[in-house]
Write a protein that binds this ligand. Structure first.
Ligand SMILES: [Zn+2]
Length: 214
């Protein structure tokens, strides 16, 4: 346990941010079957040492309880005495923070992100051409073309991490797990939410466009 650098206020602020994002996403049906997880980084960042607040594993995210969040370190271990368990997927949050220094990471499972990750699996990325919402990623080129990376989904989460390490694209603030869901991140909760919403819009757009073109 090594969270002495984090103040109570910082922790409470992170939990409050997670609670409001959790409520909003729950209203959208973005946590089916207790899936999904949200995290916000807290305190100073060093790629080798940092902390973040994350949703506890296995909770119904449509209801609020006093034990919805916990603080973990860069290895995904709780930084405080708690019986709460971080999700197994916490290790993916750890790796994204380590590589990007992001301030928040949101992970959801949706029908569109799951289908599109399978549809483009052999390509290993989802191509998107010239859609306005690409600007949500601060990519302003006219007719911008982006490729959203897709990595394998293994039951053993640590096996996914090396692919995340390999495939993260510094210009694209998100990565898809095959037939699983998306991880989207940003400098803070506001930006991570904007990116996630843009990804979900683009997945639905690409899906429907593919159908029309058949
Ligand atoms: Zn998941």
């Amino acid at each position: 346990m090594s969270n002495r650098s984090i103040t109570l206020e910082e922790k409470q602020q992170a939990f409050a941010e997670l609670r409001s994002v959790k409520q909003l996403f729950a209203e959208r049906g973005w946590f089916p079957g207790t899936s999904g997880n949200l995290s916000v980084r807290v305190g100073d960042f060093d790629a080798e040492q940092f902390h973040f607040a994350i949703t506890a594993s296995g909770k119904d995210k449509t209801i609020d309880t006093p034990s919805d969040f916990l603080l973990v370190d860069q290895t995904g271990q709780p930084s405080e005495l708690t019986s709460l368990k971080p999700s197994a997927e916490t290790l993916i949050h750890c790796e994204i923070y380590r590589l990007t220094g992001a301030g928040a990471i949101f992970h959801i499972h949706s029908v569109y992100n799951s289908i599109i990750s399978e549809y483009f699996w052999e390509r290993k990325s989802v191509p998107v051409d010239g859609v306005e919402l690409i600007k949500a990623f601060n990519i302003w080129d006219e007719d911008a073309h982006i490729e959203i990376p897709i990595v394998s989904n293994f039951a053993h989460i640590p096996a996914i991490v090396p692919e995340v390490t390999d495939r993260i694209d510094s210009k694209i603030p998100g990565i898809l797990l095959r037939k699983h869901g998306i991880y989207a991140w940003g400098a803070n909760a506001f930006e991570a939410k904007r990116h996630l919403e843009a990804f979900e819009f683009l997945f639905e757009y690409v899906y429907k466009m593919e159908l029309l073109q058949r």
